[in-house]
Design a protein around this ligand. Structure first.
Ligand code: IPD
Ligand code: CA
Ligand code: CA
Ligand code: CA
Length: 270
């Protein structure tokens, strides 16, 4: 096995165990604080991130780390960067809604080489290595390639609950997509799992405004290695930078882009 994948899996499972234990505790045993409006961080997010960093540091002390809770930790070799979200779905965790994940991506010279997304509640480990495909536990993943258009499709999305300025645009996108045949939407609360669910054919497509690299870098590779097309809102590839992301099979992505095109504000076209 790819040695960096091995360490990423070890780190994800360790963080996952911390999250699963934290989930079993009485809610008052977890400290919750606000980073901004509707934006929570808990003592479990922090403990999980510390555990991941410790595992990485033991094997690769020279690599850089970008963590949602710790920011950038430079290393001697900043060409290799671990991009980590210790708990993707903190709102679900706080509400005791059992759907969240650990997300770890390894990027080398700006290209994602390894992606791991781990759901500790279902014990589902999604992994991908660039050029080697994607897996759910030991099974190879393939997206649903049968779907030719949006009619009857089920898409996932995330509401811009932390950032108000894109709310209207997002509602307009939903309306446009339903008018073009989308049957229903899922708002699961974990962007990393949304991308992993595209990879496993559990949803037909996914779009969201304004993600951070730690939300999407691992799930992006898993989706692409399972055969998905991932783009920004105008078909470009800078979605890790803008955070505006669309994923699905090629035909579904094309239909999503065509549907949302008239709703895009200038900012969302970038
Ligand atoms: C959030 C989740 C959510 C998405 C938000 C993210 P967090 O991450 O991925 O699904 O809609 O944009 O910020 O804060 O729970 O790690
Ligand atoms: Ca967060
Ligand atoms: Ca996240
Ligand atoms: Ca997080």
């Amino acid at each position: 096995m790819n040695p960096m994948l091995n360490i990423a899996i070890r780190a994800a499972r360790k963080a996952g165990n911390i999250i699963a234990k934290g989930y079993e505790l009485a809610p008052q045993d977890t400290q919750v604080s606000n980073k901004g409006t509707n934006d929570y961080v808990t003592s479990v997010d922090k403990a999980a991130e510390e555990a991941i960093i410790e595992v990485i540091r033991k094997s690769y002390p020279e690599h850089a780390i970008v963590g949602e809770e710790s920011g950038v930790i430079a290393g001697e070799n900043n060409d290799i960067q671990w991009v980590i979200d210790p708990l993707d779905g903190t709102t679900n965790f706080v509400k005791r809604f059992p759907h969240f994940s650990v997300s770890i991506a390894i990027r080398v010279n700006g290209r994602t080489e390894v992606g791991v997304v781990y759901d500790p509640i279902r014990n589902e480990l999604f992994t991908a290595v660039r050029g080697e495909g994607a897996k759910l536990n030991e099974f190879r993943l393939r997206i649903d390639n049968e779907r030719r258009d949006l009619n009857g499709s089920v898409l996932a999305t995330g509401f811009p609950f932390k950032v108000a300025k894109h709310r209207n645009a997002h509602l307009n996108m939903i309306e446009a997509l339903m008018n073009n045949g989308v049957a229903d939407f899922r708002r699961t609360g974990s962007a990393a799992l949304d991308l992993a669910y595209v990879a496993s054919g559990r949803i037909d497509g996914y779009f969201e405004i304004g993600l951070k690299p730690w939300d999407s870098a691992a799930g992006d590779l898993i989706a692409r290695e399972a055969g998905a097309l991932v783009t920004n809102f105008v078909g470009g590839t800078d979605y890790l930078k803008s955070g505006n992301i669309v994923a699905g099979n090629g035909r579904v992505v094309k239909e999503i882009l065509n549907s949302i095109q008239p709703t895009l504000t200038d900012e969302l076209k970038a």
